[in-house]
Design a binder for this molecule. Structure first.
Ligand SMILES: Nc1nc2c(ncn2[C@@H]2O[C@H](COP(=O)(O)OP(=O)(O)OP(=O)(O)O)[C@@H](O)[C@H]2O)c(=O)[nH]1
Length: 305
């Protein structure tokens, strides 16, 4: 089954995400793919949705941030989209207040994570705002820093408002903060589309996604495993794995468990329905091939009574 591509547009309020989305949609029009857009806004009324023409599937998530208060709504919307519409590509425009790790976490529900191909996080940065960011609260400064650090592609936007030496300084700063991301100076988010599409080619080529800053991995169990071996596996995980969630079955129980793991803390909740045993991982610079080997060997262990 062909996976649905997902592009995540991140970046602080007013930095040029919608402008970039419009460019993506214009490009999709010439490619003729089936496209869906998920727009998340903090307010109750969508302002940016006018940017999306009527023939494009648009789902709005209003009144909260997908990375926190309306996470469940996002899961339902995405599941509905995938089941009923089967788009080839989904663009997710996040609120300017969204944290990239939390956004990935919200998107990757174990119910359908195996149907998605995350192409990358593209962060737009308002050059002037960045330059003057010390005027923001420490929390917001931290947030825009995280948006830059976790991006796969950074657009330093609004360079029409910056002098040449300021532009050079910004490139220098961004590359210092995130040497792995591609970084481009833009005005009105104008970026050669093949640069962004190439980003996805790189992702596809390296199935382990090691070169990305934040990366994700989905493993599907086909049978129950030993709970003690699983605990041992968790103990030895690299601390750059921030999040794991999904459904898992242990030898001792008929029912699966919903498993949640955040920053080293595991949590199990009994699930009364039979679920697909997908386990979703989010981490930074992780060699997923090693994790996969460990999961395979967990699954191949024989049950001991
Ligand atoms: N001068 C200048 N203005 C820009 C540029 N890019 C975008 N803008 C303007 O900046 C404003 C915000 O751009 P958007 O694309 O809506 O930004 P956004 O990140 O989607 O904004 P939010 O949805 O509020 O988070 C709009 O009025 C754009 O026309 C640029 O490169 N230079």
């Amino acid at each position: 089954m062909k996976k649905t591509e997902v592009y995540i547009l991140s970046g602080f309020l007013g930095s040029g995400k919608t402008t970039l989305l419009k460019r993506f949609l214009a490009d999709e029009r010439s490619r003729g793919r089936k496209v869906a857009v998920l727009m998340n806004e903090l307010g109750q009324v969508s302002i940016d949705s006018d940017a999306v023409e009527e023939d494009i599937l648009l789902k709005e998530l209003l009144g909260g941030c997908i990375c926190c208060s309306i996470q469940d709504k996002l899961e339902a919307q995405l599941q509905g989209l995938l089941m009923e519409e089967q788009p080839e590509v989904i663009y997710i425009e996040t609120t300017g207040a969204a944290h990239p790790v939390e956004v990935l976490d919200s998107i990757l529900s174990p119910l359908f994570a195996d149907q998605l191909l995350i192409k990358g996080i593209i962060t737009t940065v308002d050059g002037t705002r960045w330059k003057n960011r010390k005027a923001l609260s420490p929390q917001l400064q931290q947030l825009i820093l995280e948006q830059v650090r976790n991006a796969d592609f950074i657009l330093i936007n609004k360079i029409d408002e910056l002098k040449e030496n300021e532009q050079a300084q910004l490139i220098f700063e961004m590359q210092g903060l995130n040497p792995k991301a591609q970084c481009l100076l833009t005005s009105y988010s104008k970026v050669p589309m093949d640069r962004l599409r190439n980003l996805s080619v790189n992702v596809e080529k390296e199935s382990s996604h090691i070169h990305l800053n934040l990366s994700t991995y989905v493993y599907q169990f086909h049978k129950p495993i030993s709970d003690t071996s699983f605990e041992e596996f968790l103990k030895n995980l690299p601390d750059t794995i921030f999040r794991i969630k999904g459904y898992i079955k242990f030898h001792y129980s008929e029912q699966p468990f919903l498993f949640q793991y955040a920053y080293g803390m595991p949590l199990y909740m009994k699930e009364y329905m039979d679920m697909r045993l997908n386990l979703v991982f989010i981490g930074e610079n992780v060699d997923w091939a090693i994790i996969e080997q460990q999961l395979v060997s967990l699954e191949s262990e024989t049950e001991t009574v």
